[in-house]
Design a protein around this ligand. Sequence first.
Ligand code: SF4
Length: 304
Amino acid sequence: MPVMSAHSPLAAQLYARLSLDRRLGVKFIALAPATRAAWLAAAGKKIDKKNGAETGEEKIDGKIFAAPRVPVNNGSTASGATATPAPRPPANVAAPLPPEHLRQTEPRLTGDAEKSAACRAQFAEICACRACALGASRRQVVFGEGNLDARLMFVGDYPGKDEEFVGRPFVGNGGQLLTDIIEKGMKIPVGAVFLTTLVKCRPPGNRPLKPDESAACAEFLRRQIATVKPRVVIAAGQTAGQILSGRQADLAALRGQNFQAGDATVVVTYSPVFLWQMRRKYGRGNDYDRQTWEDIQRAMRELG
Ligand code: SF4
């Protein structure tokens, strides 16, 4: 989602009063404390310090973002002067937000119109899905995005915090590393690829997936693969690799061989977030980089 900065208290007040973030579909970053205070006051928020970010805000990569505008009971917005406050749960109860309070980002899809219509229908199903416990805790689903005529699909395990916040797969440092692998390593424009995750809802705190969660969501992934019809699927993560290969094995055991998912060849490799963490620890060109490049080269041979 595009980002705009509020550089003065006056600008922040104006943005908040006109609800420009909701109208323009952008996120605002208020840079200075006085500007943040003006934003919060104009948006009718209380300054209540908690974990480095005020109530109603998001802190991502050290930047403070204004909270998304959500509808309240009377159909007005959270920033409206006449808005009726939603009932608050007791402080020690983490009540899930009702569905009408959740924001949902539409997937960015290009390519074949028929495939796009099929994906939009799948997306609507996923948005309504509560087949596993993650449906109650998610903020929004992450369907995936990209070219529906892609010959190459990347499948991560699940959306992380940043992905859930913007509603897109593979964002942040791991996403940038994946873009580099695709564009600089494979010499394919990232817009020609389809990116998604096995599980469409973020596990709380990015905890490991439970078997029933990955099994419940696997059918959505199979339908995405059947719709896009890629030549090669790269499973970038152990759980995605297990589901797509049909084998309960460690990632190390799944690497180095090809599997079949429908008409697509499946290659298993490390997740971009893990790779990025290993680069921070061991530097570029470490063993994990080398092994990933072997996997990518095998996928490129399959692509022809
Ligand atoms: S993770 Fe998948 S199966 Fe579970 S609620 Fe979300 S969409 Fe449904």
